[in-house]
Every structure is written in C-alpha cells, then in structure tokens.
Design a protein around this ligand. Structure first.
Ligand SMILES: Nc1nc2c(ncn2[C@@H]2O[C@H](COP(=O)(O)OP(=O)(O)OP(=O)(O)O)[C@@H](O)[C@H]2O)c(=O)[nH]1
Ligand SMILES: [Mg+2]
Length: 652
C-alpha cells in the first residue's frame, strides 16, 4: 500500500512521532536517574508515550452503494497487490462496515462479527473487545490472492425468512422504498456479517492509518456504531458520488445525515467515474468543460467549495497504477485527490498531536522545573545565610538557629492548613467521582428505559433519550460547580504559600467540562435526527430503536469514562506542584538548621560547610541546565515541521 505523496507524509509523520517519543523518553529517564520524578509524574510520561505510539489517523469512505468507494480504496491504497483486494462490483457489494488497520499484537487476517449480534442487547463497543464474539479468517500477508480471498467475506450474504430480517432491523415491510424485498419463498437477503476488522501488515497501516469502508444504502443508518462513532470520529471523510449518476436524492440524504453535520473540516467530495465522460468523439477541452460543469453543480447542491470536489476515475487510476501507465494515471486525476488528502490530513493531525503533547509536557516540565528551582533557591539562601555567619560570635549563630526554628514552626502551621485543605479537596473529588460515577449513570439509564417503555410512539423514545441526556448534562453542570470551588480553594492556597513561604507556585491550571457537554449535544442531535418524526412504533422498529438507545447509552458511558480520567489527571495536576514544593521546602529548612547546628557544635568548620553547600549549588545548577536542555530538545521536535516529501515529477 503506497499512496504516493500520502504514504511519504504519513511516514514522515510517523518518524516525527517516534522522534518526539524518544526525546520525551530521554527526559523521563533523566527524571528517574536524578530522582526527581514521583510515580505520578512517571505515569504521566508513560501515558504521553503511549498516546504517541497509538495515535491513528482514520479515513472513512461514505456514500450510496456502487459509487466506487471500495474501488477508490483499492486504487489509493492497494495498487501494489496488482489486483483488486477489496471486492468491488456492480450492485451492492460491501455488505458490512470494514475497518482496515494494523495491530501487531493480533495475527493478520479478518475478524467478522456475525449479523445475529444485532438482535442482542450487548452494545457494539463491548462486542468489539470480546474475541469470542468474532469469527476469524486468516490471510497470508503479501499474497494478493490470499488477501483478496479473505476480503471476499465482506460481501457475503444469507437468505433468511422475512421475520428474521425484520427482527434484525434489516427489513421493514412498511417501507415502500425498501431496497430489499422477500422472494417467492418469503426470504430476504441480508448481510452475513455486521462488521469486519481487517488486520493487514502494510506500511501505511503499520504507521497508524485506519481506512474505513462502508456499505452503501440505508445500512449506514441501521448501524449505530457507524453513525455514532466511526464516521463522526474519522479524521477525514470521503464522500463519493458517481459522475454518471449525478447527485441523486439518496446521495443527498447520506450527505445530510452522516457527513454534513459531523464533518465541517476534513471532508472531501469525490466525483468518481469520470472515465464515463471520456469519449473519442469529443476532444479533451470539451471533456474538461463537462467535468467542470459537474463540479460546479455538485458544489451548489452540497454547498461545498469547488476546490473540495475531486473528479477522478478510481477504476482507471487502479488500472494505471497496476500497469504503470503514467498517462492514464494523470488522466484519472487520482493524484490530485491523494495530494489534497495528504496536504490536509497530516498537518491537521500533526497539529492536534503537537498541541496535546505540548500542553501535557509543558505542565509536567513546569512541575519539575519548579522543584529544581526551589532547590536551587534554597541552596543559594543557605549560602547567603552561612556567609553572613563568618566572623560572627556564637550569639548571632544561636539567634539564627532560633530564627530558622521559628520559620519551621510557621511552616508547620501552614502545613496543617494544607492538611485541612487536602481533606476538603478529597471530599470535593469524591463528590465529583460520585456524580459522574458508574452507578449514577446506570440509574439515569434505568430511568430513561422506563420512560421509553411507557410509550409506543417514537416521541416516547425521544423523551427517554432526552431524560438521559438531561440527567447527564445536569451531572456535568454539578461537576463544573465543584471544579470551580476546587479552583478557588487551590488559588488561595497557592497564594498563601507563595506569600508566606516564598514558594513559586504560579496559578492552578483551569479545567472546563465544556467539551463533555458539547459531546452530549452531538449525541442528542444524532438521536433526534434518527427518530425525529412522531410516529407509531411497530414492534420491529421498536427493537431497532432500543438497540440505538443502548448504543447511545454506551456512548454516554464513554463520555463519563473520559471525564473521569481527565478530571482525575487535572486534580492530580493542581495538587502535585504544591506537594512537590512543600516537600522541597521542608527539606530545605531541615538542611539549613542542620548547617547552623554543625557550625554551633563545631563538628564542621564554617568554611568546610560553605564549600560543601557550594558544591551542592553547582550540582543543582547542572540539574537545571540538563532539565532545560532536555525540555528544549522536546520543544525543538515539537516545533519542527514534517520533512517535506520529495515532489513527484510526472513526465509531460
Ligand atoms: N467506469 C467506472 N466504473 C467504476 C469506477 N469506480 C468504480 N466503478 C465500478 O462501479 C461499481 C461499484 O464499485 P464499488 O467499488 O463496488 O462501489 P462501492 O461504493 O464500494 O459500493 P458498495 O460496496 O455496494 O457500497 C463496480 O462495478 C466498479 O467497477 C470508475 O472510476 N469508473
Ligand atoms: Mg464497496
């Protein structure tokens, strides 16, 4: 799999991430070696590294059936195999959503989720991680025939009695526009699989690219996993139209329902099959004009700027790549699409990773540098203090010891304050964890189910859903209040320690629950669109909606889980600096008192002690230099732009 430019950019992006991970790892190692890192700090570095390693870029292909999604994937990514890998044929071909990725911990092959799982109540995200739920097909990587044979599974269908298809939510006898109809035996053709995950060792996929092929026609709306998760969270969506069909009503439906609301950026419109316009009786200029006219009409219909519309021929592009026919490849215009994809997608993704890593790393580095800074200040002050004792009599030294003891007593008092604050802090944290805890969410879901059960109208389903999102929203608003209180508390505490004990704590990091509320709203919008109309619900539809509701509940659980994780990290990050500096300050007071005592009982000469502490100062200053050197390395990589891929020269 090599998509020219795209491949090189993804490779450059992968290399950049690895380099970034290396510099962060070095920083973490140094922290460990110089005993500056507590377990919480080490854990944060580990998480950062993990995210850098696991970061993936996903591209979803979404369209009506037979527009050429699978052919386009073959042409962009799989031409190396010298043949079609994903099945692409007239009529409905891809029968289930298919994810192509690579996970080295899994054997190569395809995992298939049986369609019958739709009848159960287990939401998709739970099935996803249950190996027993899937049927595995092996493949021999690199062997085109074997790979294509494994992929053939995604077009498998079965014939089942109409009732069974109804129960699975795959056939609606009342729908006059139903794409499937029972045959003479009363049987309906349904997909054999509900979802496919292909694990293919391949350079692009190994670098973290995920390609999502979807089946056309209604299937999208039928599978909540696609609607709620895969499509909205894809980094780019390619919406495919066919030049020979124009923009049909069902194309517009797919666009409105699935792409337009969730993807403001990162969406590409592909006008495929332009080879249908090639015609020996017309010259190139006429063909160009016709393509341009189609682009402009699509641009108006979908309200998308013309430069986001890419006329291509997937099929001719694939043939051209396989046969090494440069002229045909240029004519297929596949290169334009690939270039746009790589120009948009990779920098956008790099930007996200960069911002996230910078935020996390800077926060962590500032804790470290504040601890090292405090240590240095302490040494300098101690030197100053001891130098002041030179030539002074015992009285002065006694006096100084008394002063340090006094300072220590004052500090102990503040520590008791801190202790009290910590218990308030713990109480607040507990209240957050309870509010957005599993039990609370379970209760909301139970209540929502009751509301739904009480009605046979889709409005009842909407009410159930609304009750769930309203409860979740109120949870997050409550949490926002507690977060405000914690922030006020910590701000005051930082200030006190800065003013009274010379710590340098800055101000606590702020935290907002806005993103969870936005996420809830997104889920709600999707749900409303799905079950908007006020209609009587048949038993079959009821089952389908129930399933959709369960997926929504699972999605909301994910939001809660994410909030729990992030708030926990935030709580730690506001407490950590104060605890680190307090520990440092305590040690400093101890050291100062110790020095003065030694001078007092003459166990060490003042000069020797000063020399010793001066050594200590050199060491701390070295630590500071190394810390900023290593952090500087991380920043250099962070700020680096990707190594620009070598421009491809195409002979005229
Ligand atoms: N002439 C021409 N035909 C194409 C092109 N791309 C795809 N096709 C044909 O269109 C038909 C449908 O292609 P698929 O790749 O199966 O389309 P799809 O969008 O994946 O369809 P589903 O899997 O059914 O949703 C196949 O017969 C392809 O050979 C193209 O660029 N030009
Ligand atoms: Mg297909």
């Amino acid at each position: 799999m090599a998509a020219g430019n795209l491949g090189e950019r993804i490779a450059a992006f992968g290399a950049w991430r690895r380099e970034l991970a290396d510099t962060i790892r070095r920083y973490g190692q140094w922290l460990g070696d110089s005993e500056l890192a507590d377990p919480a700090l080490q854990a944060r570095i580990e998480r950062l590294l993990e995210r850098l390693r696991d970061d993936r870029i996903s591209i979803a292909f979404v369209a009506e059936f037979s527009r050429g999604k699978s052919e386009l994937i073959n042409a962009i990514f799989f031409s190396e195999y010298g043949q079609r890998v994903l099945p692409s044929a007239a009529g409905r071909t891809t029968m289930c959503p298919t994810e192509l990725m690579y996970d080295a911990s899994q054997p190569p092959g395809i995992r298939l989720l049986p369609i019958e799982t739709r009848a159960g109540d287990v939401p998709f995200n739970e099935l996803r991680t249950d190996p027993n739920a899937w049927h595995a097909v092996t493949m021999e990587p690199g062997n085109a025939a074997s790979v294509a044979e494994a992929f053939a599974a995604v077009r498998e269908t079965r014939r089942v009695p109409a009732d069974e298809a109804i129960a699975l939510g795959l056939y609606d006898p009342d729908d006059t526009e139903s794409p499937v109809r029972p045959d003479a035996q009363g049987e309906v053709e349904i997909p054999r699989w509900r979802h496919a995950i292909a694990n293919v060792p391949d350079p692009l996929l190994e670098m973290g690219l995920v390609v999502i092929d979807t089946p056309g026609l209604n299937a999208i709306g039928n599978e909540p996993e696609l609607t709620l998760n895969l499509i909205p969270s894809a980094d780019a969506v390619l919406f495919v139209l066919a030049a020979d069909a124009g923009v049909t009503r069902s194309d517009i439906e797919v666009w409105r329902e699935h792409i337009s609301p969730s993807h403001k950026s990162g969406r590409f419109v592909v006008l495929n099959k332009i080879d249908g316009l090639w015609d020996e009786l017309r010259d190139d200029v006429q063909i160009e004009i016709e393509i341009a006219e189609q682009v402009s009409s699509v641009s108006q219909t979908l309200d998308v700027p013309p430069e986001r519309i890419f006329p291509v021929s997937a099929q001719k592009g694939l043939v051209a790549k396989i046969q090494g026919d440069r002229g045909l490849l240029r004519k297929s215009r596949l290169g334009d699409l690939e270039r746009a994809l790589s120009h948009d997608l990779i920098p956008q993704q790099q930007h996200l990773v960069r911002e996230h890593v910078r935020r996390d790393f800077d926060e962590l580095a500032s804790v470290v540098s504040s601890v090292v800074g405090a240590r240095r200040r302490s040494v300098v002050e101690q030197l100053f203090e001891l130098n002041g004792l030179r030539g002074k009599n015992r009285n002065v030294v006694d006096h100084m010891a008394a002063r340090i003891k006094n300072e220590r007593a004052e500090f102990e008092k503040s520590l008791r304050h801190l202790q009290a604050l910590r218990s308030v802090f713990t109480r607040h944290s507990q209240s957050i964890y309870t509010t957005i805890g599993v039990e609370n969410l379970k209760r909301h879901v139970r209540v929502a189910r009751e509301v739904m059960r009480a009605s046979n109208f889709s409005s009842g389903l909407r009410d159930g859903m609304s009750s769930l999102t309203a409860a979740a929203r109120s949870d997050f608003n409550e949490v926002a209040g507690v977060i405000d209180e914690i922030t006020t508390l910590m701000t005051a505490m930082y200030k006190t320690f800065n003013a009274e004990h010379g710590l340098s704590l800055g101000s606590p990091m702020l935290f907002s629950v806005r993103r969870y509320l936005a996420e809830l709203e997104r889920v709600e919008t999707l749900y409303r669109r799905q079950f908007g109309a006020l209609t009587l619900v048949t038993t079959e539809k009821w089952a389908l909606m129930r399933r959709f509701f369960e997926s929504v509940a699972a999605k909301i659980k994910e939001i809660y889980d994410m909030a729990n994780r992030e708030i926990e990290a935030w709580l730690r990050s506001v407490m950590a600096p104060i605890e680190g500096q307090v520990r440092e300050h305590q040690a400093q007071l101890r050291r100062r008192l110790d020095s003065v005592r030694r001078v007092l009982d003459a166990s060490q000469s003042l000069d020797a002690r000063i020399a010793e502490i001066d050594d200590g100062r050199t060491q701390v200053e070295q630590l500071m230099a190394i810390a900023s050197e290593l952090a500087g390395q991380v920043h250099t990589v962070l700020d680096a732009s990707l190594q620009a891929p070598v421009p491809q020269l195409e002979p005229a």
